[in-house]
Structures are given as C-alpha cells and as structure tokens.
Design a binder for this molecule. Structure first.
Ligand code: EPU
Length: 418
C-alpha cells in the first residue's frame, strides 16, 4: 500500500487552486440517470470516488465519456437497475443511485452499505422516504429492493438533516406524481448545486439550501451543461495546512460564502484572512490560540473539517474543546495524533486538546478520508518525518494532493507500496 512521506516544519507559501466538490459531483453524476438527454459536466474532480460513481453508471448501462476537462453523460437507456455489493462496499455514496433508479425505471436493487470507520451510518431516512412516496422497499440478501409504478409526491420529515438522504429523495421526487415537500432537509451547498443542475434539466425545485425543499414532479428531464461548485472542504484543508505551518497561502477559486464557519474559527484562533472574489489569502504571524468548535449540519462547522481542525488545535496555545455531533466515532485520528506528541483526551463525543509547541513526525495510519487529511496537515507542521499509510483514503477525495502541497513548498512524496 502507498504511503505519503512528509518532512515537516516548512511554512507553506504560495497559491493553490481548489478542485470541484466531490460531494456535489457524486449526486450530480447519480442524477444523470433521471433523464435521457446529454449532460456535459465540468470542474469534476479527478478523485477515486468520482471514478467509482462513473464506473457504477457504466454498469447500469449509462454512457460516461471524458473529453478534455468535460465529463459527458448520456442515460439514453438504463440497462440495469442493480448496484452490486463489490462496488457499494468501496463507496457508500453509491446509494445515491437508489432514488433516481426507482423514479425513472420503477425499480432498484442496491447493496445496503455496511459498516463505516466513522460510525454507524444508516440509510433508514432514504428508505422510509421512498416508502412514503409509495415504493415497496425490502431488504433481501444484503440488498435494498425498491419498486414503484410511479412515485407519488408527499411530505417527508427528516428526524435529523441528512445530506445524501435529502439528495436521494429530492432526485426521486423530481419525476414523482405531484408535489413533495422535504422538511428539516439538509442545507449543504452541494444540495443546492444538485438542485441547480436538476432545474437546468427541467426539474421544478424550490427552497434547496433551506430546510424546506419543495419539488413538483415532472414527466421527463432533458440534458444540460453544468459546472460543479468548488470543494469547500478541500479549500479549508489547504487553509489549515497554511495555518498550521505558520505560512502564507492563497486559496484560489473557492466560494468563501460556503466556508464561513471555518473562516470564523480560524480568525478566532488568530489567523489573518482576507476574503476576495473567489479567493482567500491567509497569513499567520505568531502562535495561534486554542478555540472551541462544535460540528453541526450546514451552516454549522462541517464534520468533514473536524480532523484537520483538531490537528491545528494540537499546536495552538491553551486548551480547546472540539465536539463531534454528526458521527458517533469520528475520532480515529486522535490516537495517531497522540503518536505525534499531541496532548488530546477523548471524553465521549468531544476531545479536549492541550496545545503543544511542536509535534514530532511519526509513522501513522489513516482510517478515513478526513482523518487522513488531519494527519497530513499535522505532518506538515511536525518536526522530522511523518509517514502516513493507507493513503487510498486520501485518493478518494483529494485531487493532486501531493502536487498541490509541493507547489506550496511542502516536502511531500508518495512511496509506492507493494
Ligand atoms: N442518518 C441517519 N439515517 C439516515 C441518514 C443519516 O440516522 O438515513 C444520520 C447519520 O448517521 C448522521 C447524520 O444523520 O448521524 C448525518 O448524516 P448524513 O446523512 O448527512 O451523511 P451522509 O449523507 O452519509 C454526507 C457526506 C459526508 C459528510 C456528511 C455530513 C457525501 C457523499 N457524503 O454523508 O462526507 O461527512 O454528509 O456532512 O455527501 C466525506 O466527504 O469525507 C464525507 C464523509
């Protein structure tokens, strides 16, 4: 297995360009199933999860081709309605094909996603929502089987906002008979991007990006062109990489309005930030201060930035408390950061961090995508060599990570494994 080897301690300097958002690209790709017209997608990040979704579409008989920077998808006919276990087990977001398949073809057989390193991640909201829309849903031999002649619009209330749950049911509702109202829906910018794309294709959706989304069903969708929004989590990861190394970094081509909760917390800890059109300039002078953070659904502080922020707090002055409210066991990076000399105590769903002047490089193991990003930024700041193993997690969601970090002056190499 590949490793990323970092010689830490170099302040990062320079400019880095944000790639397209993985978590917008995935539902947008899945939604192409909903209609026959050609869709031309740009700013698609070249990361493993997006390739996996392309592969899944291919298995369903949808044509996916790449021309220059564009991904062209044509779902003229959808030949299969099955998302197999071997693929779903590598990427939970495969469940996003469930809503579109039932809506367009009246049936879907999608492997039920299994366990996950960040806690139990049920899909009960997705299933209950489809049932409420009139589908028959059964779990058989590890697969979700859903069938419906035509889905019917209805009111669906989420006990807690779910990102992919909102996306799946919004996609299903686009072709349903009548009006669907999603209440207590998730409000992430990636949901708004999906809705923007669907509306370009002829869908009728109001309120995406708020907690009440209203979808009036139509009978068919046509093709459209769409540019995926920039990845706010990738952009935030580079800001933290700049901050933790005491550097001076400009993150280009990002949407600062999507990053407000992180920018507020960075400023609170003493980072100097200048927001310009589609870019953020970061400068650090002196040691940063510890600050408290609580992850929440958007527009709260994103759980996908928690591991990177914990790494930053590990070298900031004083005590910080980081509380995780979205996933039940998303602190796997903590033991690894301790191996680098961090002083962090886990207390239930929160960590108490006492900032150290300096971390020391160590061999560490990545457990999921964002935990890996947390270890990488810690390694950039640590004295000596950090070897991060299981980097396939990083490849799922960060495009050209080593190249981008090297362009900022970091010493980062990939050591090929056997
Ligand atoms: N939940 C349920 N039942 C459901 C669905 C969700 O109880 O049917 C709970 C979850 O267990 C969790 C909470 O609701 O406690 C929120 O989970 P959500 O459904 O919003 O998470 P998700 O849709 O599975 C997406 C992102 C994650 C990101 C979370 C939270 C995609 C493809 N994935 O997951 O991204 O952490 O929202 O913002 O959009 C990542 O990119 O590294 C990643 C994990």
């Amino acid at each position: 297995m590949d490793q990323i080897v970092i010689q830490g301690g170099r302040p990062l300097r320079g400019e880095v360009r944000t790639s397209g958002a993985k978590n917008a690209a995935l539902p947008i790709l899945a939604s192409t199933i909903l209609g026959a017209g050609e869709c031309v997608l740009s700013n698609m990040p070249r990361v493993v999860d997006v390739l996996t979704m392309g592969k899944l579409l291919g298995m369903l008989g949808v044509a996916v081709t790449h021309e220059g920077d564009h991904t062209i998808v044509q779902a003229q006919t959808v030949a299969s309605t099955e998302a197999p276990y071997d693929l779903v087990r590598t990427m939970r977001a495969s469940v996003l094909v469930l809503g579109p398949l039932v809506a367009r073809l009246g049936e879907a057989k999608v492997s039920l996603p299994g366990g996950c390193a960040i806690g139990s991640r049920p899909v009960n909201f997705h299933l209950a929502g489809l049932e409420k829309m009139g589908a028959t849903v059964e779990i058989e031999h590890g697969y979700i089987r859903a069938t419906a002649r035509r889905l019917k619009g209805c009111r669906i209330y989420f006990d807690t906002p779910s990102v992919t749950g909102t996306e799946n049911l919004m996609m299903a509702a686009v072709l349903a008979d009548g009006t669907t109202v999603l209440e207590n829906a998730a409000k992430e910018p990636e949901i708004t991007d999906l809705a923007t794309f669907l509306v370009k294709r002829g869908a009728r959706i109001l309120g995406a990006g708020t907690d009440m989304v209203t979808i009036e069903g139509v009978t068919a969708l046509h093709g459209a062109d769409h540019e995926v929004i920039p990845d706010r989590i990738e952009a935030g990861t580079y800001l933290i990489a700049g901050a933790i190394t005491g550097g001076q970094v400009v993150v280009e081509r990002c949407r600062t309005e999507h990053m407000e909760p992180l920018l507020v917390k960075l400023r609170e800890s003493g980072v100097e930030l200048t927001e310009e059109k589609e870019r953020v300039c970061l400068k650090v002078t002196g040691r940063l201060k510890g600050t408290n953070v609580r992850t929440c659904p958007h527009p709260g502080f994103p759980t996908d930035m928690q591991a990177q922020f914990v790494a930053l707090m590990a070298v900031s002055e004083g005590t910080s408390v980081v509380t995780e409210t979205i996933f039940e066991s998303r602190f796997m990076h903590v033991e690894e950061l301790r191996r680098m000399g961090a002083d962090i105590r886990v207390e239930g769903n929160r960590v108490v961090i006492t900032g150290k002047e300096q971390l020391t490089g160590a061999p560490v193991m990545a457990s999921d995508l964002r935990a890996s990003a947390g270890l990488i930024v810690a390694g950039l700041a640590a004295e000596g060599t950090t070897e991060v193993s299981r980097v396939y997690h990083l490849d799922r969601g960060y495009e050209l990570l080593e190249e981008k970090l090297r362009a900022l002056g970091a010493s980062v190499e990939r050591r090929k494994g056997t």
